[in-house]
Design a protein around this ligand. Structure first.
Ligand code: UD1
Length: 425
């Protein structure tokens, strides 16, 4: 089976300059759903997830698990998993399309006793190595080696045993790998320099409901005591903070007034603090955030950091806003080496940006102009959509299959807020 999740034929057309108004509900978080779905390799008798976003990436993960032998019933936003993996080798055609496929390595190894996972390919935003995932497997006592483009892992005769995993670098995915691989290992595991993202807490909370013994979630030290098995569980995926942040910028950049609902505002604390510094009105009530503005944004410098810092996944979108700010903004990208791919395209719309290694200097202009632009990756696509929403005239955005990876019903959601947006062949 080889399904290609990219569709090169469609384009998005936006006539900009319309203030967005109304309410937008936020979908389940892609980056929480993907690791949670891989738990179906570990939880074999009754596992359900709700609030799953319908995205190219979640469909791809579903196909990857299905190809391994897990049966999946997808109804609306609910996934019901049954059965267990029947093979230990993941499909190259599927893995190569999504970096997050590496998350199956630990659960597959624990479930089958061995795992053969193709090396995920390169990526537009940097080289994205997987050494920390391999470090996790070794620290917990697995044999791991590379063979002809595959990572091959197997258990030693005494299985996996707890250990100390001291990450030299904070990594979301490797922290998730460590949690998922350690929950059924014998004895205690300590994860030091762990990532603290809400999606990791969500993964841990689901595992705790299934009987895992985990403490310290959301801090940089996580302790796990292995249990013998995990029991059946139903879990609701948290809401997508990056989608929520993107809509907050959509409101800000169009001088709009948008209520964003089904969001956990605490997950975006740093981001909303920054938007307030930009002069936006941010009103938080329960799981709703109202973002409104009537003036040009004020410049405010940011540096991307691991959570709870400013998220790298909102850097490109924030640059679109600062492209229209009243002055100069410095944006530093500290997480990925090559995450300014959106800059050249944003400049086609009239943005003034210079890049020096990890630093972008954005000189705000009064107006952006509608242009033909090409999206290079998921968040870069959203940056261009945001620029187009604010620009005068019509923009044509190509490469939009990237958007399908991470934004559920984007065109419908923006149309409902009043945007003049169409997706056409
Ligand atoms: C996750 C998110 C992604 C987000 C990123 C940072 C998912 C599915 N994706 O990606 O949207 O942009 O966190 O918040 O949740 N690194 C290594 N070796 C490794 C792994 C990572 O050197 O084995 C480096 C990366 O190259 C990067 C840094 O660590 O420079 C952080 O990456 P990481 O947190 O692992 O990102 P992902 O989990 O891949």
């Amino acid at each position: 089976m080889s399904v290609i999740y990219e569709n090169n034929e469609e384009k998005i057309y936006i006539r900009g300059g319309i203030q967005l108004k109304g309410n937008v509900p936020i979908s389940g978080a892609k980056n929480a759903a993907l690791p949670l779905m891989t738990l179906s390799l570990l939880i074999k008798n009754g596992f359900e997830l709700t609030n799953i976003p319908d995205l190219a990436d979640t469909r791809l993960m579903s196909d990857l698990l299905n190809d391994l032998g897990v049966s999946i019933n997808w109804k609306n936003d609910k996934l019901i998993f049954k059965g267990s993996p029947v093979k230990d080798e993941a499909s190259y055609d599927l893995v190569r399309q999504m970096r997050a496929s590496i998350l199956i390595l630990g659960p597959l190894l624990v479930s089958k006793g061995s795992a053969k996972v193709p090396l995920p390919g390169g990526c537009a935003i940097g080289s994205r190595p997987i050494d920390l995932h391999i470090m996790v497997m070794k620290a917990l006592g697995a044999n791991v080696y590379y063979d002809s483009g595959f990572i091959v892992a197997s258990l030693k005769s005494d299985g996996l045993r707890g250990g100390i995993i001291d990450f030299p670098k904070v990594s979301v995915g490797a922290t998730e790998s460590a949690i998922m691989t350690a929950v059924l290992a014998k004895g205690k595991t300590k994860i030091l320099n762990a990532a603290r993202e809400p999606e990791i807490v969500d993964l841990g909370n689901c595992l705790i409901k299934a009987g895992a013994n985990i403490s310290g979630l959301g801090s940089n030290t996580i302790n796990i005591e292995g249990v013998k098995e995990l029991s059946s569980v139903s879990h609701q995926v948290i809401s997508d903070r990056i989608e929520a942040g993107s809509f907050a910028i959509a409101s800000s950049i169009t001088k709009g007034d948008v209520e964003i609902s089904k969001v956990n505002p605490m997950d975006l604390k740093k981001f909303f603090d920054v938007l307030r510094m930009n002069g936006m009105d941010i009103e938080i009530y329960g799981n709703n955030v109202r973002v409104s503005s009537s003036k040009r944004p004020l410049p405010y410098d940011i540096s991307t950091e691991a959570h709870p810092g400013f998220p790298t996944d909102l850097q490109a979108q924030y640059m679109a806003l600062m492209a229209l700010a009243e002055g100069e903004t410095i944006i530093k990208e500290n997480i990925f080496e090559n995450r300014f791919m959106h800059v050249a395209e944003l400049m086609r719309m009239g943005a003034k940006v210079t890049i020096n290694k990890h630093k972008a200097v954005v000189n705000g202009v009064k107006n952006l102009k509608g242009s033909k632009v090409m999206a290079s990756d998921l968040r870069a696509s959203m940056c261009l959509i945001l620029g187009a929403l604010a620009a005068s005239g019509t923009s044509e955005i190509d490469g939009i299959y990237h958007l399908d990876r991470g934004y559920e019903k984007l065109v419908d959601k923006l149309s409902n807020l009043g945007a003049d947006i169409k997706r056409l062949k």
